[in-house]
Write a protein that binds this ligand. Structure first.
Ligand SMILES: O=P(O)(O)OC[C@H]1O[C@](O)(COP(=O)(O)O)[C@@H](O)[C@@H]1O
Ligand SMILES: [Mg+2]
Ligand SMILES: [Mg+2]
Length: 348
């Protein structure tokens, strides 16, 4: 019996391009034998909030959306109006859904305890990534990490629920608000990308089972801080130039990460004099992207340690970040190690 060209291969239906996010989430639920649908619903809630924030970012040029909000956040950074709008939108979606018991947000000083003891999940979120690019119409994003709480459902939320290392994530993702809007996420069974079709209000699978090229010839780093970098990073970037690598830096972590995920490359934000522990935040920037890149065959470290094995100690703690193609990250780690042993005279 001839199979109809219109009936995609049932065994791999989830991965056929054009599947909606909703359908993909449903089909992939079978990856979790004891799934009860709460994580699926949480992913849908995040996708809904992303659609609303997407609409707001498209209007960022209009006066009432663009520009500074006139307050600073706990990191001492001036908040942009869109930082605050995105934070409110995601907070609402996460608290309304009912699956979440606590939220950690870049824009909130403390943990938001939703007093929802039936909530199984903890979410750490960077509602708007790349804030310095909002008003100049360059790609920006949202980054999120999802953990299952450690304490029993029904009991009050504790530090143990919040301060979990990245290797405890059950899901992580980002939204890229760029020339097209994409949602890329993992639940530990590979990394998949969905493109938003705004006229239909749907995310469609466009990048099934994403694989980061093992190698590449592209590096992303803020060269303006060159004189503040550790010696190992200076020698690594010098070697990239000697090997005629392309330098690409957008200044929005999500956008730089996404390009390197697709094309092969490495993004580095090392320790600097201004930020001796690096600039990027472990809980709601580095951990999520580390989970995604590892599920796509890439690597993420702080120069020596696997990002996802770092035990968090504070909510907004920062970390140096090297992330991207596995061979490039290992290359950089080796040069950093060698430079350090030259300085200390101790061989690692
Ligand atoms: O301007 P710099 O020092 O290069 O830093 C740029 C980095 O800072 C960030 O903007 C920090 O993220 P937020 O915009 O969410 O605060 C990253 O997106 C970006 O990669
Ligand atoms: Mg950010
Ligand atoms: Mg941000």
């Amino acid at each position: 019996m001839k199979t109809s060209p219109y009936r995609p291969d049932q065994s791999n239906l989830a991965y056929s391009v054009g599947v909606t996010l909703d359908r993909f989430i449903k089909l992939k639920q079978s990856d979790f034998p004891f799934a009860s649908g709460e994580l699926s619903q949480l992913l849908r809630d995040i996708a809904l909030a992303a659609k609303i924030v997407n609409r707001e970012t498209n209007r960022a040029g209009l006066s009432n959306i663009g520009g500074a909000f006139g307050q600073t956040n706990v990191q001492g950074e001036e908040q942009q109006k869109l930082d605050v709008i995105a934070n409110i939108r995601f907070m609402r979606a996460l608290s309304k859904g009912g699956e979440v018991c606590a939220i950690v947000s870049e824009e909130e000083d403390e943990v938001i305890d939703l007093q929802n003891n039936s909530g199984k999940y903890v979410v750490a979120i960077d509602p708007l990534d790349g804030s310095s690019n909002i008003d100049v119409n360059i790609s920006i994003g949202t980054i999120f990490s999802i953990y299952r709480r450690k304490t029993p459902v029904g009991s009050p939320v504790t530090t143990a629920d919040i301060m979990q290392p990245g290797n405890q994530q059950v899901a992580a993702g980002y939204v890229l608000y760029g020339s097209s809007t994409m949602l890329v996420y993992t639940t530990g069974f590979g990394t998949n990308g969905f493109t938003y079709e705004s006229s239909l209000g749907e995310f469609f699978l466009s990048h099934p089972n994403m694989q980061a090229p093992e190698n590449g010839a592209m590096y992303s780093i803020n060269e303006g801080l060159e004189y503040e970098w550790p010696a190992g990073v200076q020698s690594y970037v010098k070697s990239c130039k000697e090997r005629k690598f392309q330098s690409r830096y957008i200044g929005s972590l999500v956008a730089d990460f996404h390009r390197n995920l697709l094309k092969g490359g490495i993004y580095l934000y090392p320790a600097t004099l201004k930020n001796p522990s690096g600039k990027l935040r472990l809980l709601y920037e580095a951990n999520a992207l580390a989970f995604i890149i590892e599920q796509a065959g890439g690597k993420a470290s702080d120069g020596s340690r696997r990002i996802m094995d770092i035990q968090p100690e504070s909510l907004h703690q920062r970390t140096p970040l090297l992330i991207g193609s596995v061979e490039l990250v290992e290359d950089a780690e080796e040069m950093i190690r060698n430079a350090e042993s030259e300085i200390t005279g101790i061989n690692h």
